[in-house]
Design a protein around this ligand. Sequence first.
Ligand SMILES: Cc1ncc(COP(=O)(O)O)c(C=O)c1O
Length: 402
Amino acid sequence: MPGFEIIGEEEKKEILEVLSNKVVFRYGFDAERKGIYKVATFEKEFAKYCGVEHALAVSSGTAALRVALAALGISPGDEVITQGFTFVATWESILDAGAVPVFAEIDETLCLDPAELRKKITPKTKAIVPVHMCGARARIKEIVEVADEHKIPVIEDTAQSCGGKINGKSLGSFGKLGCFSFDSVKTLTTGEGGMIITNDKDLYIKASEYHDHGHDHNPKVPRGLEKRSFIGMNYRMSELQGAVGLAQLGKLETVMLPAHRKNKAAIKQALAKVKGVTFRKIVDPEGDTATFLTFSLPTAEKTKAFNKAMGEAGAGAIYWFDNFWHYYEEWEHLLEGKSIARTRYPFKAESGQARCHHPKDALPKTADLLSRTLSIAININMEAQIPKITQAIEKAAKALGH
Ligand SMILES: Cc1ncc(COP(=O)(O)O)c(C=O)c1O
């Protein structure tokens, strides 16, 4: 998964170019920067790579979601539908916008189930955020069809699936906006960072202004004399991050994705021999980012026993069902409405009245699927670890009598 594994001369060259100019910020200082605009170039290249009109670099994947929601005008009183298997950032950003996250079930893709999505739509639904979890695709075309029927915009949370495609079309380009993360464990990393992509110029302008305190980025006036039409925040990316992003983007198709696919295929071969193992449904395997190998066993007990045996052999997998950061039933702060605010906003209104309610047992299908699911994280440089992992799989199969 992580692009940091292959940080090398290309990243150093890009970074040194920025440092030698001393202009490490993306806006202003036009006279000093000698024509070097790393973030703007990274945006242009990323948009081209994804086949979209606009890309806006931001400070994180969480920021990308927050800015995308702001660009859509999401406000208190709105509902935003997402899924119960994602990283907490997806719904944190919804709450931060003052809206209420509504959780729908996942299907065998382990992403938002389009049929379940339909059941959650109300007159208050103002956005839908499907998540392309663990490097693989949601049934995004069907999700967008459902959303279009109701004229609700889709923000694709593509944080974990940079480089993923369906029939050659980039993830993130199916909805109104696509959000990416370049944090420490992501395929393409900039240390911290994120990107928003869109074909909608108006949304791009709103996002660009919101992420920079409302600056209208009028090229005819110096920075600081620009106007603004609304207030914003600071979610800017720095030139240092832009420089690393450019170098990393150059390796995505040539080094990162091919290495993932090769390593995943090698481990999958060993797992495919185990009776009772089924693999996650992958929409268009050709466009898989292959950052995780995700599989299931028939029962939760067998799944836990299999993982215990793998762990004892030194190569345990990820059991999302117990995961505090990625699975609905474990999100105690959401379920119990715990926040840092004195008033317990956003869970409670000023009056003390609850603004949302999230019962623990609300997603039985998600619970069933995840209780039987394990993931093996795929790295770029993992050839030396593969024999240990395949041996662990064989030992676990033997332990279960499979
Ligand atoms: C699905 C998902 N959305 C959003 C984010 C947030 O990205 P960041 O860590 O860059 O803020 C992550 C990060 O892991 C993620 O996995």
